[in-house]
Design a protein around this ligand. Sequence first.
Ligand SMILES: O=C[C@H](O)[C@H](O)[C@H](O)COP(=O)(O)O
Length: 280
Amino acid sequence: MADATLIEAAKKLAAARAVDEHLLPKYKYIGIGSGSTVVYVVEAIVGKGPEFYGQMTFIPTGSQSKGLIRKAGLTLCNLDERPILDGLPVALDVAFDGADEVDEELNLIKGGGACLLQEKLVAVAARKFIAVADSRKQSTRLCTKWKTIPIEVVPLAAPDVLSRLRTMGSANATIRSGLPNKAGECVTDNGMWIIDAPFPPLLLSKDLTAETEGKGMNGVWHIDLLAQELLRVPGVVEIGLFHESNGQQAASLPKELQTQKPIAAYFGMPNGEVQVQLAA
Ligand SMILES: O=C[C@H](O)[C@H](O)[C@H](O)COP(=O)(O)O
């Protein structure tokens, strides 16, 4: 699908279908992701009319997302400003976001647009997380088509994080440049930098044998193990792998708030169809 017009049409169709199927009139708090596909999500919401979305509040995942919400005339509320109910910030009913790559188990790579930290915060705050993309993002294993993992780092720590990444098998990890629009490094909405770390395609649990379980195999990593190791590197703020649960920290939360993975991914296809990939 090389034609830019076809790609945009595919994103638009996928967004419209995702909104139709997952934005219920009774919902109150809606997460809005970042990137070019989410523009069509907002467009689809606005198309439903103020009588549909008038009572809804929209939570952004960064400054682009905030701008989209404001420009569309939707009610904006920052993630940390939502009401507290029974001592907890109210859960979002649904969050919609784009993705750079989606594997066959609905694990995602995100952060191509440097928004991964706030996107992950919003995804885990939502009862339902829905990914919307075009068919170029469909993959069997992460790092097959989108070959690098975006990692948000504290600028001061960047040289040491790069050196740790080399020992983990990502010899060509680089700090993302702000060019062509900004000289120097790409600075995130949180004042951090992004390192793009190439890894060979990431394994799923079903790829593991008794021998390989729990280990990196010649630089080939299982997604959960790699995520865990990356998050242990001092100076790493967040990673663009959206995968299983948040672990022990989330054990007391309802199940749907424990996962970073979407429950469904909507892909716009070149033939004008929308393919829906659901969680198993
Ligand atoms: O940081 C950016 C986000 O993760 C985006 O959602 C992702 O890059 C997909 O963007 P797009 O919809 O433009 O392909």
